[in-house]
Design a protein around this ligand. Structure first.
Ligand SMILES: C[S@@+](CC[C@H](N)C(=O)[O-])C[C@H]1O[C@@H](n2cnc3c(N)ncnc32)[C@H](O)[C@@H]1O
Length: 280
């Protein structure tokens, strides 16, 4: 049956969804997101064969551990990403931070390098970091490099783990790096690019809801949390930024997305340049 998407979502149901989503994962579905919510609920209704949003929400919201609840959260999160997105961050890593970090590690007699892509979506961000680290650290020889990549959407985490991208997505990797760190195969007349084992082996993907407790206590040399906090309100951002601070090594860096500033957020970071913050 065709659904009239204009009528499917009552004011009460919109409030119910935004309250639950805010409580569950910090995402702030404000008034401006109403059309997005309406369109995505319509998609779930079609998929589950429901034609009544109230009944659908009654059953889904009653079971936050259920599969359809996970699907609902997946479909309400925005997963837009690309390789080397906001390239200035990668330039800053290769030109300034990595040489200094490697020298500091050598002086301290350790080869351990840890990074976290928090809100990694379909994997392009952590794989870009892995490429940058291999290229900047002698292909990883002599270094113990690990990148943790986490997201609340189980769907994107599964896609990320595959490490396979179509031609359009792979094209944002600069050609020399693409040749070195991806290999192409043909599948049903289409070119598919696969991350090489050297890149994949550096990255470990996991489901993680950033507003819940984190099941690790190690410290990171740098954290990318880009284009994630933009969906959270200020109190949620403030709590998260302070937890990132506690999870960084001294002199560690936090990178945020280009439209996310820490203005209005109380924190202990030192400003390095727009969207880059240091724990001093
Ligand atoms: C727009 S993508 C950004 C991807 C990547 N960081 C980038 O900048 O290209 C935002 C990601 O944050 C994830 N996300 C939203 N809320 C989250 C939460 N509470 N915990 C973990 N991940 C979350 C979404 O599932 C989505 O994949």
């Amino acid at each position: 049956m065709l659904l009239d998407t204009q009528d499917i979502l009552s004011e009460r149901d919109f409030r119910r969804i935004s309250d639950v989503v805010h409580r569950h994962c910090g995402i702030n579905l404000h008034e401006g997101k109403r059309e997005l919510v309406r369109a995505r609920i319509a998609k779930r209704l079609r998929h589950t064969g429901n034609n009544n949003a109230t009944d659908y929400l009654d059953s889904v919201l009653a079971d936050p551990k259920g599969q359809e609840f996970t699907q609902l959260i997946d479909c309400l999160s925005t997963n837009l990403t690309s390789f080397f997105r906001e390239n200035g961050h990668f330039q800053f890593l290769s030109d300034e931070f990595l040489p200094e970090l490697l020298a500091r590690k050598r002086r301290a007699g350790t080869n351990r390098i840890r990074a976290w892509s928090a809100g990694c979506s379909t994997g392009q961000e952590p794989y870009s970091l892995a490429i940058e680290l291999l290229a900047g650290a002698d292909e990883g020889r002599g270094w113990d490099i690990r990148i943790l990549a986490t997201d609340i959407s189980t769907h994107v985490v599964r896609t990320a783990e595959l490490g396979e991208y179509d031609k359009t997505r792979a094209e944002s990797v600069p050609p020399p790096l693409r040749q070195k760190y991806m290999h192409a195969t043909q599948s049903n007349g289409k070119t598919v690019y696969h991350m090489t084992p050297s890149v994949r082996n550096l990255v470990r993907f996991a489901y993680l809801n950033l507003i819940e407790p984190w099941p690790f206590d190690g410290r990171f040399d740098f954290i990318f949390c880009r284009n994630v906090m933009i969906y959270f309100d200020k109190p949620t951002q403030q709590t998260l930024v302070n937890r990132f601070w506690a999870s960084l090594e001294d002199k560690g860096l936090l990178f945020t997305g280009h439209s996310e500033s820490l203005t209005g957020v109380a924190h202990k970071f030192c400003y390095v340049q727009p969207t880059i913050y240091a724990k001093q």
